[in-house]
Design a protein. Structure first.
Length: 607
């Protein structure tokens, strides 16, 4: 019938359990009471151990702290009955018919909430803020709670069917105090479970002193910010979060941050006084959120260079807006487009986008400007004609959390060769299920590049250490920078495809005539190549590629300048055969190769 579950931390719960036990016996129901201390190692647990002497009552002390969310989930897993009644350990039962009231209302409801009240007086002036906030803001009648059924659902003093709890559960990633109930209530609101509010309140027995309460509130706001960043809550569901976004809409976040910096000590002292102001308390909370948001502004900075991509930029940006991980900023650098690309960006009216305009100086300068203006910890690059799946940033974030010391973080991608054909890249010595740090980055960077620009993220400090992209290079500027980083730092990769490279777009920079391009200087890697044979083999492929391109279009001198530095062991029979053919034959061969690629047939002369 009923499992009463009590999460506790450093509190004597014997009086609470004895009263619940008495009422359960009177109700003559099948029941159990399970109490679980969350690793407090408190001396009070010696008294709590006596609970085990009561019939159907159990006290468990965890060896380490797992957080309230995980504690509640663990309690549910141990419960044997079909209904779960959650009560926090610092509660006081003030109704002699408390259990019976729930039993009388148990039919036709998935979730029942009884409410909570605070005592009419408080013992110490040091507790005034918590007490006043509880009495004024948290204590609500049934009629008040029914006006906002889900938003007023607290999990303390809530009865729920076990099958429904198991469909939602608490988010175990929340290991610190605060807003666990908010997230659970939001998930309940999306599930359409029947929620009933009744007049069956328990009393909040442990009123924190003001200093402790303020500290807890700040922790809970940090959790709220985290949930917002992870897109797990709708801001409209939480009043203070909705207010923050109103401030953001009117560009007042910096003002809120400045206010907190100047007045937080003054406000703190007032809130700890004998007559704390709830208006100032709310001001303290919202300005604190502004300060945290500013200090944590953007985990990812997304840099998008824009040049004449009016037909594609809107779709590209919308793929960013749909990301499940939302802690990002978007920096678009318009490189003097002449097709109205920047108008398409402005028409989206998204507050996350910052648009910069520069005279036409090429993609390297555009990306460098974006890096200079960025505020994020990680820089994620996205070309204006490519596309991200909604999980792209989330996958890269998880990769970063698992391997925080790498120089580059890469997701898998697929290549769109035509509207109907896609190609899945493969990498030497890495199967499709592998996720982690690549053992030999340069060896595995063949036959397809691991580090494709629109599928990776790089810590900003590492990009700045290497000076960003070299201005003036029109082809291979990304190859140059990724090589510099790959020589000095580890590279990690996911096993999930999260991006699309639009190879089929007409006039793509990568398919322009090589003679009109400025290529990177391979000489800068000479010493590193002598020490790393994989690097030598990898760069030789690009020497061969550029050499072939020059040869195809009749630039023999330039061809020789690249091929002369290629190791003989890195020129296979296919390459030797192609170099024996006249240039016009190679031009026909290249056209055939590109035509076949459009229908899904691809091959490489480098394999």
């Amino acid at each position: 019938m009923l499992s009463i579950l009590i999460p506790v931390y450093n509190y004597n719960i014997c009086p609470l359990v004895k009263e619940l036990h008495r009422q359960c016996l009177e109700s003559e129901i099948e029941f159990e009471i399970i109490c679980q201390d969350d690793g407090s190692n408190s001396e009070l647990n010696k008294d709590n151990e006596k609970i085990n002497l009561l019939e159907n009552c159990f006290f468990i002390s965890l060896s380490k702290n797992i957080g309230l969310s995980s504690n509640r989930n663990l309690l549910a897993s141990k419960a044997k009955h079909s209904y779960l009644l959650y009560i926090d350990g610092d509660s006081i039962v003030i109704n002699k018919n408390y259990i019976q009231n729930y039993l009388d209302n148990i039919k036709n409801s998935n979730i029942i909430h009884g409410g909570r009240v605070h005592p009419t007086i408080v013992n110490s002036n040091k507790q005034k803020l918590r007490w006043k906030y509880g009495r004024t803001i948290e204590d609500k009648t049934v009629s008040q709670r029914n006006l906002a059924i889900y938003k007023t659902l607290l999990f303390n003093n809530t009865l729920i069917k076990k099958e429904h709890f198991n469909q939602i559960k608490f988010d175990s990633s929340l290991t610190k105090y605060g807003h666990e109930d908010t997230l659970f209530a939001y998930e309940v609101s999306k599930s359409n479970f029947r929620v009933k509010h009744i007049d069956n309140a328990i009393e909040h027995g442990d009123i924190d002193e003001s200093k402790i309460f303020i500290s807890k509130v700040k922790n809970s706001l940090n959790n709220l910010i985290l949930l917002d960043q992870q897109n797990k809550l709708n801001p409209d569901f939480v009043k203070i979060l909705g207010f923050y976004y109103s401030l953001k809409k009117y560009k007042l976040i910096s003002s809120g941050n400045l206010f907190f910096k100047i007045f937080n000590k003054v406000l703190f002292n007032q809130l700890c006084s004998q007559n704390p102001s709830l208006f100032l308390f709310n001001l303290y909370r919202i300005s604190y959120i502004c300060s945290i948001k500013i200090s944590n502004m953007a985990f990812f900075s997304i840099i998008i260079p824009l040049y004449n991509k009016a037909d594609y930029i809107e779709k590209t940006l919308k793929s960013v807006f749909e990301q499940t991980f939302t802690d990002y900023e978007i920096i678009v650098v318009n490189d003097e487009s002449i097709d109205g690309s920047e108008i398409k960006v402005l028409n989206l009216k998204n507050p996350r986008i910052t648009l910069y305009n520069q005279k036409n100086q090429g993609v390297s300068v555009a990306r460098n400007l974006g890096i200079e203006k960025s505020k994020g910890k990680l820089i994620a690059f996205l070309d204006a004609d490519d596309y991200w799946y909604p999980n792209h940033l989330e996958e890269l974030n998880n990769l970063y959390l698992n391997f925080p010391d790498c120089g580059m973080y890469c997701s898998r991608y697929k290549i769109k060769t035509t509207k109907k054909h896609f190609q899945i890249p493969t990498h030497n010595q890495i199967n499709s299920s592998f996720s982690g740090i690549i053992k030999d980055y340069f060896s595995s960077n063949i036959p397809f590049r691991i580090t494709w620009t629109s599928s990776l993220a790089i810590p900003k400090e590492i990009i700045e250490k290497f000076g960003g992209f070299t201005p003036g290079i029109t082809n291979g500027q990304d190859l140059e920078l990724w090589t510099k980083i790959g020589i000095k730092h580890s590279v990690a990769i996911t096993n999930t495809i999260t991006a699309i490279y639009n190879f089929d777009i007409p006039n793509s920079l990568a398919k322009n005539n090589v003679d009109s391009m400025n290529l990177m200087d391979f000489k800068q890697f000479k010493i590193a190549e002598q020490q790393n044979s994989s690097l030598k083999s990898f760069l030789d492929l690009y020497r061969i590629e550029y050499g072939l391109r020059y040869y195809i279009y009749g630039y023999t001198t330039k061809m020789n300048s690249y091929l002369k530095d290629v190791g003989k062991q890195n020129i296979n029979l296919k390459i030797r055969f192609l170099l024996s053919l006249p240039p016009f034959s190679l031009r026909l061969f290249l056209k055939l190769k590109n035509s076949l690629k459009k229908i899904g047939i691809n091959f490489s002369v480098y394999e």
